[in-house]
Design a protein around this ligand. Structure first.
Ligand code: NCD
Length: 318
């Protein structure tokens, strides 16, 4: 737990199983409290600021819900492009310096790769990267891994398929890095134009992870324990005609699931657009709503660790 306190969360690079274990233990306890409607909030004297330069439903509101449930006071700038001094030309470095006087932790989403690092370099409080362009989204990966472990009771030995826009989806970039610490098999399925960036593929080879690139979802589907679908990230395309060409190329249909194992779990960070049939929702293999709900207890655990919060659940942990 100590390794999280006071530190920024910018990437999943270098995260170990040992580092994640206490977060997952605490998240499971918080999940139970939420289900039991048990109020564990205390006077923490801490505050959190969410600063979002890109739209968000799950990430921002689950962070705010997590903070509220812990007794961490939260302020939000939901549309920072227009509603902060960025509109007048203020730099991220200046914003980081200023906001450090107003909150104990800053949660930021921004369209630019490396933006959270930039903000953190001038902030004196920890910064959470809630998505930096096509870069990373480490807290989504944390809740994805928690959900995977909860669903299968293990991560080792699982066959995980990533499908869709692997080039631009920051959630899969963070989760791929995280999974490299575990002994599982990773299959990357996408149109050639949307494959994982070569830096990620090289990193996987260096880590000697079982990793292969494929292009046919229907061939791979029967072999998978988990399928992680992603949205084609329209906002990251320079060429709109390329987006039109690839947007429906890797759509998951209800009938495709006939090829899959009964034990398969379908994940998706959401929002979804054209890449998944809505009638999959009623299939017991659809797991994305459980995944989204887990955002609250996992982010509660993360904020607790970063801020060193003591409450009835963590009393014996610090
Ligand atoms: C994702 C994101 O913003 O990267 N959403 C999320 O945080 N759950 C996925 C996406 O936008 O496609």
């Amino acid at each position: 737990m100590q390794s999280w306190q006071g530190s920024s969360v910018l990437s999943t690079e270098g995260w170990t199983k040992q580092k994640l274990l206490p977060i997952f233990d605490l998240a499971a306890k918080y999940k139970h409290c939420i289900e039991e409607k048990k109020d564990i909030s205390v006077q923490t004297g801490r505050s959190c600021l969410t600063l979002f330069y890109e739209p968000s439903t799950r990430t921002r509101l689950s962070f705010e819900s997590a903070a509220n449930r812990l007794g961490v006071k939260c302020s939000a700038v939901a549309n920072a492009v227009n509603d902060s001094s960025a509109f007048k030309g203020e730099t991220l470095e200046d914003t980081g310096r200023i906001l450090s006087a107003y909150a104990d932790v800053i949660v930021m989403r921004h369209p630019e790769l490396g933006s959270s690092k930039k903000l953190a370099s001038h902030a004196s409080v920890p910064v959470v990267n809630a998505g930096d362009g096509a870069g990373e989204h480490p807290t989504q990966a944390l809740l994805d891994l928690f959900t995977l472990k909860e669903a299968f009771g293990r991560i080792e030995g699982l066959r995980v398929g990533f499908c869709g826009d692997l080039k631009n989806s920051r959630t899969v970039h963070s989760l791929l890095r995280l999974l490299s610490a575990y002994d599982c098999e990773i299959i990357a399925i996408s149109p050639r134009e949307l494959e994982f960036p070569t830096t990620f593929i090289e990193e996987m080879k260096k880590e000697s992870v079982s990793f292969r690139v494929e292009h046919d979802l229907r061939v791979e589907l029967p072999k998978l324990d988990m399928l992680y679908m992603t949205r084609v990230q329209k906002e990251r395309f320079e060429d709109p005609s390329l987006y039109e060409k690839v947007k429906k190329e890797y759509a998951l249909k209800q009938r495709d699931l006939e090829l899959a194992s009964e034990k398969l779990k379908v994940f998706h960070p959401l929002p979804r657009v054209d890449e998944m049939d809505r009638d999959i929702d009623s299939d017991k293999r659809a797991h994305y709503f459980v995944q989204a709900a887990n955002g609250v207890p996992v982010r509660m655990a993360l904020l607790t660790a970063m801020l060193g919060i003591r409450n009835s659940v963590t009393a014996e942990m610090f």
